[in-house]
Design a protein around this ligand. Sequence first.
Ligand code: NAD
Length: 550
Amino acid sequence: MGSDFTYHRYMSATPDPADRPASTAEIRDPQHDPTASYAMDQAFARRLTALVRTTGRDGKLTSSPINLAPLATIPQSNVEDVDAAFGRARKAQADWARTPVAERERMLMRYHDLVMERRDEIADLIVLESGKARKDAFAEVMHVAFTSRYYARKSSEFLGTERRAGVLPLLTRVDVNHVPKGVVGIISPWNYPFTMAMSDGLPALMAGNAVVAKPDAQTMLTALFGVLLLEEAGFPKDLWQVVAGPGSVIGTEIIQRADYICFTGSTATGKRIAAQCADRLIGCSLELGGKNPMLILRDANVDRAAEGAVRATYSNAGQLCVSMERLFVADQVYDKFVERFVERTKAMVVGDPAQWSTDMGCLISQDQLDTVTAHVEDAVSKGARVLAGGRARPDLGPYFFEPTILEGVTPEMTCFGNETFGPVISIYRFHDENEAVDRANDGPYGLNASVFSQDGDRARDVARRIKCGTVNVNEAYAASFASIDSPMGGMRESGTGRRQGHEGILRYTEVQTVATQRGMGLKPLPGMNEQQWAKVLVLNEKIMRKLGRA
Ligand code: NAD
C-alpha cells in the first residue's frame, strides 16, 4: 500500500524556519508562481477535491500548519451547489432507506476494513494537514475504526421495531418504528478532522439517512479522504455530499435545508445554530466547548495521576474538546503531584509531528496561537506563575507552543473560565472534596471531567456529583470516548444530544408508533351506553393497578 502523497519527501526533515513564509499571507501559490511547489501529490489532491460539490471556479489554497507548505486548492461551493447537494442526497436517500439494514452494516464493515488497511496513509494526511503528533492522528483513525465496527454490529438491534404495551392487553398491539429523518447536515471542526468529519455521519447512514457535510475549511482534505473511502467501500455515490466554504454562509444554507443537524464546534456557534434549527423546528445535536476539570483526590496514585494529567492536557496540543484545562489537587498530595507533573511536562518531546516519538505537534493556525499566547500572557501579567512552558516556539515551526502549567490563576484572568483550546492548564489546591466538586462545577460548561483516586467507589461518588456528560475515573478522557457503547456529549453550555451508543444512532430517526386494534375498539360494547362503558374502563383501571401493570 503506497502512500499517494509525498509526506516524507517534503516533511522528513525538521523544517528550517528561515525557509518558510513568515505568515500565510506570504505563501506562494504554485498555481500562479512557477517557483513554488505543493507538499502533496496533486493527482491525489485532485481525486479528493473532486468530491466537493461545486460548479464555480473559486478555490482556496490550503497549507500545512507545520511549515506553511502549500497543500492543495480546495474548490468552494455556493448556494446553488448546496441546493444541488441536497437534491442528489434526497434522491439517493429514497433508495437507501429501502436497503436492508444488514446490507448497510456489511458496507460499514467494509469501510472499517479499508480504514484499518489505510491507517498509516490516513494518519500521514492528518499530520500534514493539522500538524498534530502522529500518535494523536493515529488515535482518531482508530476512533473511526471503533465507531464503524460498533455500528456495523449493532445497527440492526438499535433500529429494530419495538413492541410496546397496548392500552387493552391482547387487543391493542403497538409497534414503535425508527424511521430515518431524511438528509442530515453535519458541520464539523478542524481539531479531529478525520473522526469529527466521519464518526457522526456513519450512524446517520446506518439509520437510513443521507448526509450533506461541511467540514472545516482548514482540514478539508482529511475529511474528503474519509468520503473517498466510503465510495470505495461501496456506499451509493450521492449518499454523502460534501460542500465547502465559510461556515456562516454554507453552514447556514445547510441548516435551511436539512432534516436534522449534527454540529461540533464552539459554544458561540452552537447557540447560533440552535436558534436557526429552532426556527425551522428541526432537531439538532450540539457537541460544544468545555473548560474541563480534573480532580486528584488525596488517595490518588501520584505517578499515575501525573502521567494521566499529561495525556489529559497535552493530547492533540490541547486542541481537544474533552482535554483538561483545570486541575484541582488535594492538599495532601499537591506538592508531590506538582513535582511529578512538572517533571513529566518538561520532559515532553515537542517537534516534528510526523514522528511516533513526538509527544506534541503544533497548533492548527495563527488564530489558535494568538489565543493561547494571549491567555498565558494575560495570566502572567496578572500574577500567575509559570511552572512549565509558557512560550511559543517559532524555532520549531510557525504555530508551536510549549506545554504549559500555570499556578495562581484567579477569576480576573481570561484563562480562569474561558476555554483556551491549547496546551495550557491551571493548577489549584483544594482542602475539601465537596469544595473541589463545587469548583469543578463552576462556570457554564459541562463536557468532560476526570477523577483520580485509588478508591473506585469514592471516585464514582464524586463523579456523579460533577455536572459533566462524561467523567473518567483514573483516566483522562479516552476511557469514555473510546468506549463507543457509551453516550458522549455535554451538559449545560457544552451541548445537547449524545454521540455514540444507541443514543448516537437513534437521534437520526423519527420515532413512529403504529397501533393496531383487534376485536372491540375503544368504544362502548354493542348495547352499552357511555355511562356503562365508563364503568368498564374504571373496572379495567382497577385491575391494571392491582396487577401492577404500567
Ligand atoms: P467553530 O464553531 O468556529 O467552527 C466549527 C464548524 O462550524 C466549522 O466547520 C465552521 O466552519 C462552522 N461554522 C462556523 N460558523 C458557523 C455558522 N454561523 N453557521 C454554521 N456553521 C458555522 O469551532 P472551531 O473553533 O472550529 O472548533 C473548536 C471548538 O469546537 C472548541 O470550542 C471545541 O471545544 C469544540 N469542539 C467540541 C467537540 C465536542 O465533541 N464537544 C469536539 C471538537 C471540538
